[in-house]
Design a protein around this ligand. Structure first.
Ligand code: AHM
Ligand code: MG
Length: 317
């Protein structure tokens, strides 16, 4: 006898088979992302050992320093998704323009933040990869509601692949001994409330009064909140997804649109949180309904447990 395990590939295939017209294209695409994630994970593990760590000295399109592992992850994801033959366009947070794949043009467009929280590389702290998949469209700037699937890979104490194709959220943990992601967290539901708030409170002086009022109010509650901040959206949202609470990257006086990018970070995470029974808001608006003005648009975001977002909205909408 043996314990039956469900691998990520098996799970995706089963999900795809529910659609009569399915061709296997979606499974192939997700499998390539899965394979890229395994390679990135193995490189992250070695960062202390090989000369992949450190900064390249170049800046990305946002004038931020790019680190070597960013470049590596970016190239790898673009190449593997292109080679899958299932995508007609790939866009990455690290690259200025989307890449249109002429040969074998597939039926999906894929968006990545290849290495989220990359400032954590040099201190051996959690990072992630975020992906978002849409059906092929002439205009890549689709609202998040149109996502076919979205998810992230978290490179933490273990590696997890968390995704949704619009029918709930499921989590898979990499079993390094067999090199496969195994279903470990089926049908993830975010707790309706939770006393964790995650925000870079170092920017307090830049926040507007309504946000300060909200933060002060939760601190005065009888049962105290806890603050947690990993400076990696994947890690911070992952915690909120499992333990409940609120994640915020708001606008401030220096960054009126916040920092996080609608198409690469906000939409995929908002999609997952909604699928898990939580809420997301961009200054009172549903981020998934925003028609992007550009691929690199930034928007303020708060997401998490339903009751915590409702409390936040009493101050910020
Ligand atoms: P990155 O994708 O370039 O790594 O930057 C995005 C990250 C998010 O993961 C995180 O929530 C945020 O930037 C942290 O920013 P700050 O240092 O301003 O708190
Ligand atoms: Mg990021």
């Amino acid at each position: 006898m043996y314990n039956k395990v469900i691998t990520l590939t098996e799970f995706i295939l089963k999900e795809e088979r529910r659609f009569k017209k399915a061709t296997g294209s979606f499974t192939l695409l997700l499998t390539q992302i899965e394979n890229a994630a395994k390679i990135i994970a193995s490189h992250i593990k070695k960062t202390g050992l090989v000369d992949i760590i450190g900064q390249t000295g170049k800046k990305n399109v946002y004038q931020e320093e790019v680190q070597k592992l960013d470049e590596f992850s970016d190239r790898l994801l673009i190449d593997m998704v292109s080679e899958s033959g299932q995508a007609h366009a790939v866009a990455s947070e690290e690259v200025e323009k989307p890449i249109y794949i002429k040969k074998n043009s597939g039926k999906y467009s894929v968006f990545f933040d290849p290495l989220d929280g990359s400032s954590n590389i040099s201190v051996n702290i959690t990072m992630g990869t975020i992906f978002s998949i849409y059906h092929k469209a002439a205009d890549l700037k689709q609202p998040g509601d149109k996502q076919v699937a979205a998810g992230y890979i978290i490179y933490g104490t273990s590696v997890m692949f968390v995704y949704s194709a619009g029918a709930g959220v499921n989590g898979f943990t990499l079993d390094p001994s067999i090199g496969a992601f195994i279903l470990s967290h089926p049908n993830i539901q975010i707790p309706a409330k939770g006393r964790i708030y995650t925000i870079n409170e170092g920017y307090w002086n830049l926040y507007d009064q309504s946000l300060k009022n909200y933060l002060s109010s939760i601190k005065k509650e009888e049962k105290p909140y806890k603050t947690r901040y990993a400076a990696c959206m994947v890690a911070d949202v992952h915690r909120i997804l499992f333990q409940g609470g609120i994640f915020m990257y708001p606008s401030d006086s220096k960054h009126p649109q916040g920092k996080l990018r609608l198409m690469y970070e906000v939409n995929p995470m908002a999609f997952l949180i909604r699928e898990a029974g939580g809420l997301a808001t961009s200054n009172g608006n549903d981020p998934l309904k925003i028609k992007p003005l550009s691929l690199d648009q930034r928007v303020p975001i708060a997401l998490g447990s339903k009751e915590e977002i409702e409390k936040y909205l009493k101050y910020n909408s």
